[in-house]
Design a protein around this ligand. Structure first.
Ligand code: ZN
Ligand code: ZN
Length: 377
């Protein structure tokens, strides 16, 4: 992705930096230091690459924000929406010290500074050396996380487009997934199809037969056999910067065994119950329990080994996390995955995953629409 990518103005409204400043005040932070990544893109529309040369958006709790970039990146930064948002762009030359430059502009009265949670350690240490002694370093992530987990209508629309894009890839699975091909061969074709629909391919999981019992399996040279279940979990990032993520389950050249079919029916019921229960007002922990109870009651409790889901937006995994015990209350505009799974080690497994958005009224809407049943090819 490049900083030159055009971004719809609705995806980068002018009030975000101001809201981040209010969040910083509430969190007791004197400034936020945001390095390249989703937080920078969220605040400025600038999709910068993380490099050893420092790029950093400086957001003082009070005062004007400014974006510090290496001189050679200045044209790219100047072409990004940051300029239209009125953010001053400050270039630094190869022989200058950008950390000292930032420290000088922020002044000597800093008490607490919030750093981007994905800032490189060498840059964190350089800030530590350059900022006034006694200035406490903390994370800016809390402030940005609170903002980013509540999606605007334009962001929901961008996620809806991403969902439709990955749905089109799943809908074409029959072109690639066949008995006798390896997981890797199938994954290569899927990756091409994801790229045709998105700006980048983020991940491709093709897990066949016993590999389906490993939630983190990606691909291998294993040849796909007749009647074997295949988990396909795929995602990419669209031109807008928003992510897709959807898991479906396939079976090629024959029916899977009865044990698997029973497991799958339980999983389908659990995922459906969770999609129906999702919506404003329910806690993440309670939503997790809705699916976990269905799975445990059917005797598969020990095989559901991960949380129910994760928030999604400019990153595939972001807040809120749908995890057991969480008291976090879901709100309108929150978008996240519902992806329970059952994995019987050494035998087989399945996972069904949809992205949903909490609606303004009651309930949640799924942003993926391909069949959730076992798809026989
Ligand atoms: Zn996911
Ligand atoms: Zn996934």
């Amino acid at each position: 992705m490049s900083g030159r990518l055009s971004q719809h103005p609705d995806l980068c409204p002018a009030d975000r930096v101001e809201r981040a400043q209010q969040g910083a005040v509430q969190a007791g932070l004197d400034a936020l230091l945001i390095s390249p990544g989703a937080d920078l893109r969220y605040l400025t529309g600038y999709a910068a690459h993380p490099l050893e040369r420092l790029t950093c958006l400086v957001v003082p709790a009070r005062g004007e924000p400014f974006l510090v970039v290496p001189l050679l990146e200045k044209p790219s930064a100047a072409a990004s929406p940051a300029v239209g948002l009125g953010i001053e762009i400050v270039g630094w030359a190869e022989t200058e010290d950008p950390y000292a430059l930032i420290a000088k502009r922020l002044g000597g009265s800093l008490r607490r500074v919030g750093l981007d949670k994905q800032m490189w350690a060498e840059q964190v240490l350089a800030f530590q050396r350059s900022l006034p002694s006694g200035a406490e370093l903390d994370l800016a992530g809390g402030v940005l996380g609170e903002m980013r987990m509540r999606k605007s209508p334009a962001e929901v629309e961008a996620l809806r487009k991403a969902g439709a894009a990955i749905d089109r890839v799943h809908s074409s699975m029959g072109e690639w997934l066949r008995v006798g091909r390896t997981e890797r061969e199938v994954a290569r074709d899927i990756a091409d199809a994801i790229l045709a629909e998105h700006a980048t391919v983020d991940f491709v999981i093709v897990a066949s037969g016993p590999n389906s019992a490993s939630p983190h399996h990606e691909t291998s040279d294993r040849v796909i056999g007749a009647g074997e279940p295949v988990v396909v979990d795929i995602g990419g990032t669209t031109q807008d910067g928003y992510c897709s993520d959807s898991t479906r389950n396939y079976c090629v050249g024959g029916r899977p065994d009865a044990g698997y079919q029973k497991l799958f029916e339980v999983l389908l019921a659990a995922q459906r119950a969770q999609c129906e229960a999702a919506g404003p007002g329910i806690t993440s922990g309670r939503l997790d329990a809705v699916g976990r109870t269905v799975i445990a009651d059917a005797g598969y409790g020990e095989y559901f080994v991960h949380r129910t889901g994760h928030g999604i937006g400019l990153e595939t995994h972001e807040e809120p996390y749908i995890v057991a015990g969480s008291a976090h209350v879901l709100e309108p505009g929150m978008t996240f995955s519902i992806e329970p799974g059952i994995y019987v080690p050494g035998r087989y497994g399945a996972r069904i995953e949809d992205i949903v958005v909490c609606n303004n009224g009651i309930g949640a809407e799924r942003l993926n629409g391909t069949p959730r049943d076992l798809v026989q090819l």
